[in-house]
Ligand binder design. Structure first.
Ligand SMILES: Cc1cc2nc3c(=O)[nH]c(=O)nc-3n(C[C@H](O)[C@H](O)[C@H](O)COP(=O)(O)OP(=O)(O)OC[C@H]3O[C@@H](n4cnc5c(N)ncnc54)[C@H](O)[C@@H]3O)c2cc1C
Length: 327
């Protein structure tokens, strides 16, 4: 019987909705399914893991002297070892910034075929067939993974159902201690600094205020933050603004950034390239300010203002502030 492993991001001790969706997809293949968690102490394991629909949970115990979080090389080395000793032939991860880094490198190390950002996966005999959006979501590619070595794929969050646990069977938890190749011990993480946004999480915010290259520099993002604070919204950006270093890449919206589906998406100085729209076209109301009447973003916008953000944004912020204060 084929064996599929679903990997939980290192540093997490439970399975969130996106992992449950990946598990559901794994179960639909009819394989033996395992959940894989990195942990240093079993007491940290969340009780809810018992309710998951999988055949077993592998707890990878690793010496925390390697650093917290674990260096990527140690994670990849452990997964490579696990695939070998447990005969895993398909490795699935939820598509996150973490898996974007780990999955292709694991595929390279195991000489595996790799598919990224899948929305559906099927088994066809020995082959794994993956479906993923391409060209900014305008077409679907069907990719066959045919390698004899383990296959690796990442799955887009929101693809598939969250399963209902049907039986009360307790899932066996199996501790494993991987052998880490000494050549993978070159990096030790000494300190990590997490940036905590002031307002709501960009992916979940009901109002997103995004800025692009048209803003001309980092300072105008302060003005977007001011508006976001009044509206309890989150600030995002186009890739051009992130690449220019005006705002961190964590705030990038689009094909290679975050997907947002707010009630209101307010954009200032963004042209609306297909790669940007791939991350925001699911918004219920897109409102755009752009000085170019032919800007692509107006095609997707419910409301558009043809004008200079330098004039529109301060006037809009003042009007919103007044309305909020009145109420
Ligand atoms: C593989 C790939 C992946 C990509 N992934 C992403 C992604 O995830 N996210 C993303 O955003 N992009 C992505 N891109 C880049 C994308 O193609 C565009 O280059 C980028 O979105 C452009 O950003 P922008 O709209 O801010 O800049 P521009 O296209 O330069 O647009 C700036 C806009 O500002 C307007 N403007 C200028 N001055 C003013 C003013 N004073 N007032 C009002 N408006 C003004 C202009 O009319 C123009 O429309 C990707 C590209 C590739 C090839």
């Amino acid at each position: 019987m084929s064996h599929t492993a679903v990997i939980v991001e290192e540093g997490r001790h439970n399975a969130d909705d996106s992992i449950e969706q990946v598990l559901n997809l794994a179960n639909s293949l009819g394989d033996k399914t395992s959940l894989v968690i990195f942990i240093c102490d079993n007491s940290n394991l969340n009780d809810e893991l018992n309710n998951l629909d999988c055949d077993q949970i592998y707890v990878i115990k690793i010496d925390r002297d390697y650093g917290t979080p674990l260096p990527d090389e140690v994670v990849i080395s452990s997964l490579e070892w696990l695939c070998k000793v447990k005969n895993i032939d398909l490795v699935l991860m939820s598509k996150t910034a973490w898996s974007l880094n780990i999955a292709p490198r694991l595929a390279f190390r195991t000489e595996a075929a790799y598919a990224h950002d899948c929305i559906d996966i099927k088994r066809e005999g020995k082959e794994i067939s993956c479906i993923r959006p391409v060209y900014g979501g305008n077409a679907l590619a069907h990719i066959s993974l045919t390698s004899d070595t383990p296959k690796v794929a990442t799955v887009r969050a929101g693809s598939g159902q969250i399963p209902q646990k049907v039986s009360d069977t307790i899932v066996p938890i199996i501790e494993v201690e991987p052998e880490i190749d000494s050549k993978d011990l070159r990096v030790k993480i000494i300190k990590t600094v997490t940036e905590i946004p002031d307002g709501p999480d960009l992916s979940k915010a009901e109002i997103v205020i995004a800025g692009g290259r048209g803003l001309g520099g980092p300072e105008p993002f302060e003005k977007l933050r001011e508006l976001a604070q009044i509206l309890d919204g989150a600030v995002g950006a186009s890739r051009a603004a992130c690449d220019a270093g005006w705002i961190d890449h964590n705030f990038q919206i689009g094909l290679t950034g975050k997907t947002v589906t707010p009630n209101i998406y307010l954009s200032f100085g963004i042209s609306g390239a297909s790669q940007h729209m791939a991350g925001c076209s699911g918004s219920r109301n897109i409102v755009s300010v752009n000085s170019d009447k032919n800007a692509n973003i107006f095609k997707d916008s419910k409301y558009g203002v043809i004008g200079d953000w330098n004039i529109v944004l301060p006037a809009f912020t003042a009007a919103v502030r007044e309305l909020v204060n009145e109420n």
